[in-house]
Design a protein around this ligand. Structure first.
Ligand SMILES: Nc1ncnc2c1ncn2[C@@H]1O[C@H](COP(=O)(O)OP(=O)(O)OP(=O)(O)O)[C@@H](O)[C@H]1O
Ligand SMILES: [Mg+2]
Length: 245
């Protein structure tokens, strides 16, 4: 359903300084798959995700989503970033409603109620962002991204600013939402254990320019125990592929 072929991205500052951020990226992601993208800082993970989400254009190559080239943001793609990016003057409901303004009010409310329930925020719909914990704010961002029922959800280090306990809870919650709604998920993360616990496939990138260095299938039944020896062994393989030395 998602096909990225021969993708390259060159940033040009207009004064002759050029930076090749991505080169020769080929990646096919099937329906309902979870792909984790890992790689050292600056190897182009966020750039790749932004291009898939239609927020930026490639310099070369193309991204085909559900048979059509991606040319800009659409409701078929949901995005969650490292920080929740909520409007501070709107309540949780108001923030989620922003994604639904073209729908009738009753339909907006029906969808908001369903999503608040799904992310565990049913009692916080009228709260303002400053009244939320970091985890609750990220749950709101997740609800906003899912409320249009996207066929693909793109997440860029969504849990990295959270404490480790909240992060584990949200990982489990995300896995449950995925099992229910079955969207395709591309997750950028620095947390190798998160990648192995959630993904069907881990794509290891390296830069610069950013390229795909290795792909590992994670063929383990769900739910996965983080302490299972198979999970630990895969973590070790990924850390080796990252070549952090
Ligand atoms: N708008 C831009 N203009 C110029 N260069 C950019 C721009 N955005 C990203 N870059 C450069 O492209 C490269 C890839 O950046 P990107 O943010 O995609 O990396 P990343 O893998 O997401 O890193 P991190 O793990 O730190 O988030 C970096 O060298 C960065 O400086
Ligand atoms: Mg990034």
């Amino acid at each position: 359903m998602l096909a990225i072929s021969q993708l390259a991205k060159r940033f040009d500052d207009g004064a002759g300084l050029r930076h090749l951020a991505l080169e020769g990226i080929d990646l096919a992601v099937g329906e309902h798959a979870i792909v984790a993208l890992v790689g050292t800082t600056g190897c182009g993970k966020s750039t790749l995700l932004r291009i898939v989400g239609g927020l930026d254009q490639p310099s070369h190559g193309e991204v085909i989503l559900d048979g059509r080239p991606v040319q800009g943001p659409t409701a078929a793609v949901g995005m969650v970033f490292q920080e929740p990016r909520l409007m501070p003057w709107l309540t949780v409901r108001g923030n989620i409603r922003l994604a639904l303004l073209d729908l009738p009010r009753a339909e907006q409310d029906r969808r908001i109620d369903g999503l608040l329930d799904a992310v565990g925020l049913e009692r916080f719909g009228d709260a303002l962002p400053r009244q939320l914990s970091g985890g609750m704010a990220q749950r709101t961002a997740l609800a906003r991204a899912l409320v249009r029922q996207p066929s693909i959800l793109l997440m860029d280090e969504p849990f990295s600013a959270l404490d480790s306990f909240t992060r584990l809870k949200l990982q489990d919650h995300l896995a449950a939402l995925w099992a229910e709604a079955r969207f395709t998920l591309i997750l950028v993360t620095h947390d190798v254990e998160e990648a192995v616990t959630l993904a069907d496939r881990v794509v290891v990138m390296a830069g610069q320019p950013g390229r795909i260095r290795r792909e590992l299938e994670i063929d383990l039944p769900r739910p996965r125990r983080r302490t299972a020896p198979e999970v630990q062994a895969l973590k070790e393989q990924i850390i080796q592929a990252l070549d952090l030395s």
